[in-house]
Design a binder for this molecule. Structure first.
Ligand code: MG
Length: 250
């Protein structure tokens, strides 16, 4: 069953979402060569807690960090640690916060260095565009399949592939609520989107093949072919018929 939220509950998620947006703002200056990923994680946790929220990911199924930090060919679920960022790294930072029992979940891709090379810039721009295409399709009366179809069209038109084995999800009192939202597939399929649904849309787009593997740490998901991947995620609410982005960045 897809759990719909009241306006009051959506407001709580929006507060959590604003805190996540603030996390990105505060963390961005740290995303430079020499920074250890565990220091990024520590700042993420500090900002979330200083705003009266709790990190969604800390301890979730035993995850040790407050942020998932995935580099380059790593797609999602990277564990923060002693590893240092290097010039040219592509950093996928995924954070979640709980405010008064409600989660917001968002991810962004950052380049370490001044200007990404054109191929990297294209991957970043396309993946963000694919997210916005998915958000545009998340309207009341549309179906879940319309979201994935819109994402896939944008990603594949640019010559990239969309990860299949990890998908978006409903979000609210639980980080992952009932409803999977693939980033691929035919339009017009799946449950109808209705007022009050709250969804985390999160395309993961690969330069090479869509297939993935999990590293020996049992968390880090990488591209099977070792090519680059990007990840953007927003939590949205279907409100007044359209997608309201709860984790919007300034
Ligand atoms: Mg998510």
């Amino acid at each position: 069953m897809i759990i719909k939220k009241s306006a009051d509950e959506i407001d709580k998620m929006r507060t959590a979402g604003k805190v996540c947006a603030k996390v990105f703002e505060e963390v961005e200056p740290l995303l430079k060569p020499g920074t250890k990923t565990k220091d990024i994680d520590a700042l993420v946790e500090k900002v979330i807690r200083s705003e009266g929220c709790v990190p969604s990911f800390k301890g979730y199924r035993g995850f040790p960090g407050s942020a998932c930090i995935s580099l380059n060919e790593e797609i999602v679920h990277g564990i923060p640690g002693r590893r240092k960022l290097r010039e040219g790294d592509l950093v996928k930072l995924d954070v979640g916060a709980i405010y008064e029992g409600f989660h917001a979940d968002t991810a962004w891709t950052f380049y370490v260095g001044d200007e990404p090379p054109p191929a990297v810039e294209k991957l970043m721009r396309t993946t963000e565009d694919s997210l916005w295409a998915g958000i545009g399709a998340a309207r009341a009366g549309n179906r879940v399949g319309d979201i994935g179809h819109a994402v896939q069209e944008v990603a594949e038109a640019a010559g990239f592939s969309v990860v299949r084995e990890y998908v978006g999800h409903a979000v609210g009192r639980e980080l992952h609520e009932d409803l999977q939202i693939p980033n691929y597939g035919p339009a017009g399929r799946g449950p109808v989107l209705e007022e009050g649904m709250t969804l985390a849309l999160e395309p993961m787009v690969n330069v090479g093949d869509w297939r993935t593997e999990v590293l020996d740490d049992d968390w880090t998901v990488v591209t099977a072919d070792g090519a680059l991947s990007a990840h953007y995620e927003h939590t949205i609410a279907v409100q007044d018929g359209e997608a309201l982005v709860l984790t919007a960045r300034a």
